[in-house]
Design a protein around this ligand. Structure first.
Ligand SMILES: [Zn+2]
Length: 201
């Protein structure tokens, strides 16, 4: 049991995920220029999203290595894209305006991915639509990882109930490490005779 855990790639990837989260924040914190701060912050969101979905892919393989890459890139892209709504809400391309909003922009509301993704996942399960299921899980992974990271500063925004208090840093790292495992669990629960193709990376 101990050796299985020690030589398990998932264990190393979980440690890597925690390191990416911590090192990413360290770099953002020690960067002076606003532009680079935003750039490193966004890159950290993208890397966490990419790594999280890659870990899911290790257990639920895609039809080819190319599709795995595409899915990992898609998860990184969505995790990164969420912050664009800062600019949309500010109606400005200026970093100062985008990061000093009085209200949180809409894509940062955690009710949104839950209300949209969970019914769609149910639909994909009932109607047996494995591609839709996988796409929704990619989007959910991106949103949950992004919102968890932002929750260290402003909590989870659960409209219409308001926001939770900011989460402690240790809890954030722990939740981030658990996300790919929780998504995997959800995937297992929703799996119904999906055709799984195996190949070597
Ligand atoms: Zn954000």
């Amino acid at each position: 049991m101990f050796y299985r855990l020690l030589f398990n790639s998932t264990t190393y990837l979980t440690i890597l995920l925690a390191l990416v989260a911590i090192v990413g924040d360290y770099i953002v914190y020690h960067t002076k220029l606003h532009f680079f701060q935003a750039l490193f912050d966004n890159t950290t969101h993208a890397l966490i999203g990419a790594l999280s979905w890659f870990m899911v892919c290790l257990h639920f393989k895609s039809s080819s290595a190319f599709y795995t890459l595409l899915e990992v890139a898609a998860c990184a892209f969505v995790a990164s894209l969420i912050d664009l709504d800062h600019f949309v809400a500010a109606r400005s391309l200026n970093f100062e305006d985008a990061t000093n909003l009085k209200q949180r922009p809409p894509l940062h509301c955690s009710t949104f991915p839950l209300v949209i993704c969970l019914p769609l996942l149910m639909l994909s399960y009932v109607l047996y639509l494995p591609s839709l299921k996988r796409s929704i899980l990619i989007v959910l992974t991106a949103f949950v990882s992004h919102h968890t990271r932002d929750a260290t500063r402003r909590g989870f925004w659960l409209y219409p109930y308001g926001s939770t208090p900011p989460i402690p840093y240790g809890i954030y790292v722990l939740i981030t490490c658990m996300i790919p495992h929780l998504i995997r669990l959800l995937y297992t629960m929703l799996k119904k005779n999906d055709i799984s193709v195996s190949y070597d990376f």
